[in-house]
Design a protein around this ligand. Structure first.
Ligand code: BDP
Length: 721
C-alpha cells in the first residue's frame, strides 16, 4: 500500500514536472531555465546578490523588479532579495534621476545617450572592495528595457565582469499592427484567433494580456495597434472604448501604449452625420469630440492608423479631397493630446490604369510637405505589397518634407503562412539598408525612418503582427523568431540578421553549439529558399487568389487586372516579365539615377530582380551562361532541394532538443517540402506552355499534369475571411 502510494506521489510529481516543462512554446524567448554550467551560475550568483529598488516604485519599475526576480530565480535557482538600500557586495541597483547619488555616477554624455527609453548597465567597484551593477535610465521605462537586457545577457551566458552596455532605441514608436477583427478573426493571421476577447472585456481580463505585453517589452516594442486596417467603426463607440481602456491598463505597466485604426466614414456610421468630408466643419467637430472622449478614457492613448481610399476603404477622395486633407483632419484633432496620426500609403486605384507599383508615388509625392507635424505616412517595404522579394518602395525617396514610417509584415501572408519556415530579418534588412540616394549616397530607408537624415519626430516603425491564440503565439514555433527580430530591429536596425538569429536561437533552444549553429543556419537561409521555390528571379504576385497560399500563375479574370497573376508575369511565347524600364511602364523612373542605371540594364540588374524590371525572351542569356528558361527551372528545383537540406539538418537535431518542438518543426518542414514541389511543378508546367522548352537536366519531372494543380481549390484556409 505504502509502495503504491509512493508510486502515485512520484508519478504525479513527474507529471507536474512534465506539465511545467511542456515545450509548447508559450514561454517564447523568456524561458529563464537554470544555467547548466555550474561555475557560471555560481559566478552570476556571486555578482548579483540583491536587487535595490526604491520603495515606491512606479508600475513599470515594479514590472522590471518582478521580471528580475522571476528571471534570476529561474536562471540561478535561488531567490534574490529585493531591498531598498544597497547593503552588500553584488548589489544590482536600479535608479533614475530621482536617485541623485546614483545618477551622479553617470556622465552627462551617457545620460544624454540613454535618451527617453534607453538604459545604462554598468558594473563598477563599490568602494568597499566589492562590486555593484548599476541599471540607470532617465525614465522608469528605461529600467524595464534594461532589466530585460540584463536577463538576456545572462541567458546568453555573457560575462558580467566588465558589463558596460548603453543602449537606446533608434526609432521612437515601435509598433505592432494587429489586423484583428472585432469578431476575433485575424486578417492574414495564421496563429489562431485574436488575443483580444472583446465580448468578455472589460470585466474579464485574460492573463495572456500581461504575458503579451511582457513579450513586447522584452524586445523593446512600445505600442500596439489593436485593430485591423480594414477598420470597423464600432471600435470607436463607448462600450468598445471601455474595453480598449481595460487592455491599455493591462499593458501600461509594461510600457506599452494602445493605438486604434480609425475608419474614415465613422462620422456617418456611428456619428449619425450625412458625410465624412474632411473639410466639413461638422465632421471636424465630430472627430474632435470623439478623440477628446478617447483621451478621457485612455489618457495615454497613442493615436490612429488609417487605411483610406485603398482596396475599397472609405477616404477623403470620396469627397474629392486629398490624402493630406484626410490625414490633417485627424491629426489636428489628435494634436492637443499629443496623439499620433499614421496614414498608410498602401494605395492603388481601379480607376488608374498605370502600373500598380507606381501608384503610391503618383498619389503621395505631390502632397509632400502638406502633412501636419504629428502625421506620419506609413509605407510598406516594397511598392507592391509584402512579397518574398521586391525592390524597396521608391516613395521613401520622394517625400523629403514628410515624416515617413516603415511598415513590415511579420505575419507570412505570401511566405507560407505558419506552415513554411521564413526568418524575415534578412528581408527587412534589405529594405532598411536600401539606399534611396534621395539626399546623396547613404540616404537609406533606415536613416530616413529613424530621423537621422532629417529631424522628423516622432519616428515610427510598424510590423504587422503574427500573433494569435495558438498556445505558442505564432503558429510555427520558429516564427517566434520574427516577432523577436522585429522588436530587436525596431530598437536597433544596425543589428545584423545573423546576430539576431543567434540570440533568438540561444534564448529559445539553449546554447548547445550544434543546435545553435544548425538552427541559425536554417533560419538565415529560409526566406531565400521560399523565394526560390515560389517566386524566383523577381517574379511576384503569382500566388493562388484570395488566401494567397500556394501557386496560382494562371490567375486571371478577376474584377481588377492588378489582382491577377498574369498582369505581373505576362508570360507568352515571346518571353516573361514586366518591362518597367522607360520602354515599358517606367516604374524604374521613380528610383534614383544610380538605381536606374543598375537595374535598367538586364546585364547589370541582379538576377533577384530581373523579371521585376525586365521582360525577356525565354532564351535570354543569364549571368550563369544558361538560357533564362533553364535558369528559372533550376531556381525552382533549387528551392525544393534546399527544403530537403533543411529537413536533413533538422533531423540531425533529434535527441538534442525536446521531442515536442522537434516534431512540431519536423512536420512543418515535411509539409513545406510538398508545398515546394507543388510550387515548382505548377509554375514550370504553366510557364512551359509558353516557353515550349524541355525541363533542363537536374529538374525533377512534375508529379501531375498542369490541370491537377489548376484544379486545387483550398478551402477554409486560415487568415482569409
Ligand atoms: C494586403 C492584404 C490585405 C490587407 C492589405 C493592406 O492581402 O489583407 O488588407 O494588404 O495592407 O497585403 O491593407
Amino acid at each position: 500500500m505504502r509502495l503504491l502510494r509512493r508510486f502515485f506521489i512520484l508519478n504525479s510529481a513527474f507529471l507536474l514536472l512534465a506539465v511545467l516543462h511542456a515545450e509548447d512554446g508559450y514561454r517564447l524567448w523568456l524561458r529563464y531555465d537554470p544555467i547548466a554550467d555550474e561555475q557560471l551560475r555560481a559566478a552570476y550568483a556571486a555578482a548579483i546578490t540583491e536587487i535595490v529598488v526604491p520603495e515606491k516604485a512606479p508600475p513599470v519599475v515594479a514590472s522590471a523588479r518582478d521580471e528580475l526576480v522571476t528571471g534570476l530565480r529561474g536562471l540561478l535557482g535561488r531567490d534574490i532579495p529585493v531591498v531598498t538600500k544597497a547593503s552588500r557586495d553584488g548589489a544590482l541597483v536600479l535608479g533614475t534621476p530621482d536617485d541623485p547619488v546614483l545618477y551622479a555616477a553617470i556622465s552627462e554624455t551617457d545620460q544624454r545617450a540613454a535618451g527617453m527609453e534607453g538604459y545604462l548597465l554598468r558594473r563598477i567597484a563599490d568602494g568597499r572592495g566589492g562590486h555593484r551593477t548599476l541599471l540607470v535610465a532617465n525614465r522608469p521605462v528605461g529600467l524595464l528595457h534594461g532589466a530585460f537586457a540584463l536577463l538576456r545577457h545572462l541567458q546568453l551566458q555573457r560575462p558580467l565582469a566588465d558589463l558596460n552596455l548603453l543602449s537606446a532605441p533608434r526609432i521612437e514608436r515601435r509598433l505592432l499592427n494587429h489586423w484583428d477583427n472585432l469578431d476575433r478573426t485575424v486578417e492574414r493571421g495564421y496563429a489562431g484567433f485574436s488575443l483580444w476577447e472583446w465580448f468578455y472585456l472589460p470585466e474579464i481580463r485574460s492573463p495572456r494580456y500581461r504575458d503579451y505585453a511582457r513579450a513586447l517589452a522584452s524586445v523593446g516594442l512600445n505600442g500596439t495597434v489593436l485593430t485591423n486596417v480594414n477598420a470597423n467603426a464600432q471600435i470607436l463607440t463607448r462600450p468598445y472604448l471601455d474595453k480598449v481602456a481595460a487592455l491599455a491598463a493591462e499593458f501600461r505597466p509594461w510600457g506599452i501604449r494602445v493605438y486604434l485604426t480609425a475608419r474614415f466614414s465613422a462620422p456617418i456610421e456611428i456619428g449619425g452625420l450625412k458625410t465624412a468630408d474632411p473639410l466639413d466643419p461638422a465632421v471636424a467637430t465630430w472627430w474632435r469630440d470623439k478623440i477628446d472622449e478617447i483621451y478621457q478614457v485612455i489618457p495615454d492613448f497613442g493615436g490612429f492608423v488609417v487605411k483610406a481610399n485603398s482596396e475599397g476603404q472609405p477616404g477623403p477622395q470620396d469627397y474629392g479631397r486629398t490624402h493630406a486633407d484626410g490625414a490633417n483632419l485627424l491629426a489636428d484633432a489628435l494634436a492637443p493630446h499629443n496623439g499620433l496620426l499614421v496614414w498608410r500609403a498602401f494605395v492603388y486605384s481601379a480607376a488608374n490604369q498605370d502600373d500598380r507599383v507606381k501608384q503610391a508615388v503618383t498619389e503621395f509625392a505631390p502632397l509632400d510637405g502638406q502633412f501636419r507635424d504629428n502625421a506620419v505616412i506609413q509605407i510598406k517595404n516594397g511598392p507592391l505589397d509584402f512579397f518574398p522579394r521586391e525592390p524597396f518602395s521608391p516613395l521613401f525617396g520622394h517625400m523629403p518634407r514628410t515624416r515617413l514610417a516603415l511598415e513590415l509584415q511579420i505575419t507570412q501572408e505570401y511566405l507560407g503562412h505558419s506552415i513554411q519556415l521564413a526568418y524575415l530579418a534578412p528581408l527587412w534588412k534589405e529594405a532598411l539598408d536600401a539606399d534611396t540616394f534621395a539626399n546623396g549616397p547613404g540616404t537609406t530607408i533606415a536613416r530616413i525612418v529613424d530621423g537621422s537624415v532629417k529631424l522628423q519626430h516622432p519616428t515610427v516603425i510598424a510590423g504587422v503582427a503574427n500573433t494569435g491564440t495558438d498556445r505558442n503565439w505564432t503558429g510555427h514555433l520558429l516564427a517566434q523568431s520574427n516577432w523577436y527580430a522585429f522588436g530587436r530591429l525596431a530598437w536597433d536596425h544596425t543589428l545584423t540578421s545573423e546576430q539576431i538569429a543567434d540570440e533568438w536561437t540561444r534564448l529559445t533552444f539553449g546554447s548547445d553549439t550544434q543546435v545553435v549553429a544548425t538552427i541559425s543556419r536554417l533560419l538565415l537561409g529560409s526566406r531565400e529558399t521560399i523565394v526560390n521555390f515560389s517566386m524566383p528571379l523577381g517574379l511576384h504576385h503569382i500566388m493562388a487568389e484570395g488566401h494567397h497560399y500556394g501557386p496560382g500563375p494562371w490567375v486571371a479574370d478577376r474584377p481588377r487586372a492588378d489582382w491577377t497573376a498574369v498582369y505581373y508575369h505576362r508570360a507568352d511565347a515571346t518571353g516573361i516579365g514586366v518591362d518597367r524600364t522607360a520602354r515599358g511602364t517606367n516604374a524604374l523612373g521613380q528610383y534614383a539615377p544610380e538605381w536606374q542605371q543598375r537595374w535598367g540594364d538586364p546585364q547589370t540588374c541582379p538576377d533577384e530582380l530581373l523579371l521585376w524590371f525586365h521582360r525577356l525572351p525565354w532564351d535570354f542569356r543569364m549571368k550563369s551562361g544558361r538560357p533564362l528558361w533553364d535558369e528559372l527551372c533550376l531556381r525552382y528545383q533549387q528551392g525544393v532541394d534546399e527544403v530537403r537540406t533543411m529537413q536533413r539538418a533538422w533531423d540531425s537535431l533529434r535527441g538534442r532538443i525536446d521531442d515536442e518542438r522537434f516534431t512540431h518543426v519536423q512536420q512543418r518542414l515535411a509539409r513545406e517540402e510538398k508545398d515546394a514541389r507543388d510550387w515548382r511543378d505548377a509554375c514550370l508546367l504553366y510557364f512551359q506552355q509558353f516557353s515550349q522548352r524541355p525541363l533542363p537536366a537536374g529538374v525533377e519531372a512534375p508529379a501531375h499534369p498542369l490541370e491537377h494543380y489548376r484544379s486545387i481549390k483550398l478551402k477554409n484556409v486560415p487568415g482569409h475571411y
